[in-house]
Ligand binder design. Sequence first.
Ligand code: SF4
Ligand code: NI
Ligand code: NI
Length: 708
Amino acid sequence: MTLFETVFSGNDAVYGLTENAINAAIEQHGADKAISFPDTAYSLPCYYAVTGVKVATLGELKEALGVVKTLMTREMKTHDVFMSGVATALCAEFIEVLKYIDGATPYEAPCAGHVPDAIIRELGVPLVTGDIPGVAVILGSAPTTEEGVALVKSYQAQGILVTLVGGIIDQVEEAGMKTGANVRVIPLGKDVTAVIHVVSIALRAALIFGNVKPGDAASLMTYTKDRVPAFVNAFAPLDDVIVACGAGAIALGFPVITNQEGVSEVPKSLICQPDVEKFNATSLEARDIKIKITNIDIPVAYASAFEGEIIRRGDMQVEFDGSRVDCAELVHTVEASEIEDHKITVVGPEVDEMELGSKNSIAYVVKVAGRSMQPDFEPVIERKFHNYINCIEGVYHTGQRDMQRIRISKDAFAAGFRIKHIGEVLYASVKNEFDAVVDKCEVVIYTDPAECTRIRHEVAIPTFNKRDDRLKNLTDESVDVYYSCILCQAFSPSHVCVVTPERLGLCGAVSWLDAKATNELDPNGPCQVITKERCIDERIGEYEDVNEAVRKLSQGALEDVSLYSIMEKPMTSCGCFECICGIEPFSNGVVIANREYAGMTPLGMTFPEMASMTGGGVQTPGFMGHGKHFIGSKKFMKAEGGIERIVWMPKELKEFVADRLNETAKELYGIENFTDMIGDETIATDPEELVGFLTEKGHPALSMEPMM
Ligand code: SF4
Ligand code: NI
Ligand code: NI
């Protein structure tokens, strides 16, 4: 059989299965039975992305299958093969959605099945920063468990997000490897149709970040080809169905690498690599993925994939806990003559001298010197420690400043990992990432309890206090320039964030200080200076300078943006926002939902549904993506009356922002404990009940001018 015939035959086989499955489901449940994937605003995401049609019932699914059939043309042309590949993928999505009928949970650990919108949004920033340099789809069983596991680990060590389908899942499990989104190895499912769940991620990325219109199949394929760095590794033996799925992957621009001998290769798209050990290199080359290498001299692995790894009490050798004993982490700017580059000193006992399972003190001071170093960059560097230390395999870090907590696992200890290696990691990472400002770096790590107490109380806390004062005085009025951030243009080609002291980037990861440091480190990089000399309208925060910058940086897609309004020329969203805020007409206020919130809001929409109202770098008055810290800002929709408009937030978010929000409300309006007036899911998710609650509390939004 030729490659074409194989694809057609695989496509026909899957189509037949799908048709039977849908008919059987209709017979059992009736054509009106509702169908959907959980936690997505995009219906059946692949079918919706390709056709622009949402499918909500079994009857509609059957109609949709008729549309799929029209893609299955049988001329011996490349186009026909690609379309049959796409048709196969869509059939797979139909088969998969049937598994979710009646709210069933067809996948159990370790398999994930359908991936929620919120996770895709979370992946936005690491994908644009290159922290996740690519997405691997591994299909089938490796020739041996060892080879399979080695391949998965090789990608993991590069930070690549790995998804698994079929036999490889058992192999990884057999080897006892930890899996899950937190270590960037996601088993999807054992049936080949489960591969659709990763295709669904790629296509939703186009809708969420790329402003691709559902139904615009050509733009969709251009987007995935140019912007989603995915590729497929398919193990022999390949059957017709897998080959047909592979044709779908290739249509989206994802190369397929296989060890199946005798396949007819297509340059850069279908590649035979008989040696599984070389899959990694061949794949990266085919997809043009470059890996940033940080060589750090430590006895365990170091990769961003380990960032989310959790170390349980029973698995830990020792822990350090700033909430119980004196701890601190600090960057300290000194004169170059005062330090020796790459010197690492441990003052106090090493892990060997600590009792198994004990709680200990730790304080590390990273001394840096450099001509372009500014004290303003200290907190920027310091905040990265969390990420640096977490990337160590077998080491876990949470918190910051003097409240950090670190666990070292028994495995890491057995491999030879010691306190001094934390110093190595901090040194190498700081020098690597901040080379433009840090010329010399020395690390002192204290584990001696008395020294930790001294460092914490006499050095660290006074420094933190000084910084906090500086931050408090840092307002939009007190600075001469703002910064743009266009990192997310990798996925949202026309999106621009304007970052000001009182309005951080909507991803929550880029404050004005971060943007300033980024600009200093890389003057031609993602963050550019924006002057603010020509104010057009103070009320909504519109500047001619900002408009000019935005016009230029969006390549003309955006005309003008305001900094402080959600209704008039609001800032755009890419898609990776921490929160989404939308107007609530009954109460005359706004509802905010955070990405982690899975429930319903008084708008009758969930977070994914609210989030789908905006994104892709377009302006959508009435809906705005923003960072969590923006909620307590005096500039939060100042044009519409400010934070007084907030009528509802999920409880968890409310608690998270309470201190700052209450402080701002007191200062601006003299309201005490403002958060007590704000509804949450335990109070009401119905707009009328919410208004009842707000009335009872005398919420100020009720008597404000209408927003629309
Ligand atoms: Fe993306 Fe804006 Fe965050 Fe920059 S500040 S990374 S553009 S969301
Ligand atoms: Ni103390
Ligand atoms: Ni983004």
